[in-house]
Design a protein around this ligand. Structure first.
Ligand code: DLL
Length: 444
């Protein structure tokens, strides 16, 4: 589906594909219920594992009478996809599947998601809505530097961009020289990649004497696939003059395009006519009301290849109880700052890497490249944070450096209540990534 004919145009406030973003709430809830009822019937009829679990609970599709009844349904988790590898959770015949995507875990087999033709069309529309929300229009040139292939980032943003009518540059990840050359030569206005790869591109541009602000036409960044913080957004925007948007998604639910932030950056709008969100207490599994923090759970209301009932993402967030000032009726959740799997326990305290990032990057003297090292000395956990600073900063007097280290340690301690040793290192010495970056080394 192509939308070139509609409004090129920064002057058109609402892109036609975004109409469902503004649906009256009652209508939206009725649509969600209707879709949920259809989905449960389809999954019950076609996915033996879910049918077995529903039968064990004595739940039949006709028991879903209101949206609250979703709580009657069983959850699904990543291990279900592993256990039923490769096709056990497919709800459509193989003849209807047109594309697979996979997400590899650190160990064992990948998980496999099958998409029908309709799934691909709806996913494209979700990605179009995400891009439109960022202000991307058909006059834009979109460089997609997410990986293409089994990972959903490249193809997801690619189809979204083409749907909007942008000129898409499907460059995939890596080859930084070529990325920077084409960004300039092709007049790229929108960059889609992980925030950590964009940080790498900023550095490499700087090394080559390229000023992204002056020597390129870049206006927007569509950054996601890994946690990042408001402090990181500020660093990126200040360094380049672009607007940095947050795009969220996961392979199991489709890929990018599950949620995205608008110009107010009040959290990420969930395309909830397709992806029904819940927040649960991860220990008791009880649903929590909007406003309370817990684990994000999604039900894919319209997918038919590998639909998911109450999929536990492990991502931690909260749904904002207040409607966003942009006028969209679809709800927002707070940016995903952490996965429960990423939680570190340091000296008995629960710590998320993003909390350390937030404390660290409050200083305007540090560069946004850091590494968290955890070791154990006897019974004591030790936290070291290495962070890059400019050569000029490193050549400051010892006293000034001590002061900076103390200031950073204090800023981190205020958030996590743990003291950290801060090591200032030269620019370009810490690891970089073309995709998702792991900034934690737990050596205990
Ligand atoms: O990362 C899909 C994607 C591609 C999203 C491109 C955005 C852009 P997976 O590889 O399955 O899929 O990883 C999904 O990444 O559960 C989160 O933990 C994390 N994640 C994704 N987007 C964000 C974000 C893709 N904006 C997992 N903020 C999710 C924080 C994110 N974490």
């Amino acid at each position: 589906m192509f939308y070139q004919d509609c409004a090129n145009d920064e002057n058109t406030p609402v892109h036609p594909v975004s109409a469902p973003d503004y649906m009256p709430v009652e209508q939206l809830r009725a649509l969600q219920l209707h879709r949920l009822q259809g989905l449960v019937k389809q999954v019950y009829a076609n996915v033996p594992l879910t049918r077995k679990r529903m039968d064990e609970r004595g739940v039949k599709p006709e028991h879903i009478k209101t949206l609250k009844d979703i709580a009657l349904l069983p959850f699904s988790i990543k291990n279900d996809l592993r256990d039923e590898y490769p096709f056990g959770l497919f709800a459509s015949p193989m003849n209807d599947i047109v594309r697979f995507h996979c997400s590899s875990g650190t160990t064992g087999k990948p998980i496999v998601i099958g998409n029908t033709k309709n799934d691909i069309i709806l996913w494209q529309q979700a990605c179009m809505r995400a891009l439109a929300m960022c202000g991307v229009r058909s006059s834009d040139v979109l460089q997609v530097a997410y990986g293409y292939g089994l990972f959903t980032g490249g193809l997801g943003l690619h189809y979204g961009g083409e749907g909007i009518g942008c000129a898409v540059l499907p460059i995939s990840g890596g080859n930084t020289d070529r990325q920077l050359m084409m960004m300039q030569d092709m007049g790229v206005t929108v960059m889609a990649c992980t925030p950590s790869y964009f940080l790498h591109l900023i550095d490499e541009a700087h090394k080559r004497g390229i000023d992204i602000r002056k020597d390129t036409k870049l206006k927007h960044g569509i950054f996601g696939a890994e946690p990042w913080t408001e402090e990181m957004r500020t660093k990126i925007q200040d360094a380049t003059g672009i607007i940095a948007h947050d795009i969220y998604g996961l392979t199991e639910i489709c890929g990018p395009g599950v949620a995205n932030d608008c110009q107010y950056h009040n959290g990420l709008h969930i395309f909830e006519d397709h992806f029904y969100p819940e927040i649960i207490n991860p220990d008791t599994l009880e649903p929590l009301p909007d406003g309370e923090a817990g684990e994000l759970v999604f039900t894919t209301l319209t997918r038919t290849g590998t639909p998911m009932l109450r999929y536990r993402t492990r991502d931690i967030s909260r749904i904002n109880p207040k409607q966003c000032e942009c006028g969209r009726t679809i709800r927002t959740f707070e940016r995903v700052s952490a996965r429960s799997d990423d939680m570190l326990i340091i000296r008995g305290v629960n710590v998320f890497p993003s909390q350390i990032e937030a404390g660290l990057l409050k200083s305007d003297k540090v560069l946004p490249h850091y590494m968290i090292n955890i070791t154990r000395d006897g019974d004591l956990d030790k936290l070291e944070v290495q962070v890059e600073v400019t050569k000029e900063t490193l050549s400051d007097e010892i006293k000034a450096l001590e002061h900076l280290r103390a200031e950073i340690a204090h800023s981190i301690q205020r958030i996590i209540n743990i003291s950290a040793t801060i090591t200032l290192v030269e620019p370009n010495t810490l690891p970089r990534s073309e995709g998702k970056l792991n900034r934690v080394k737990d050596m205990r």
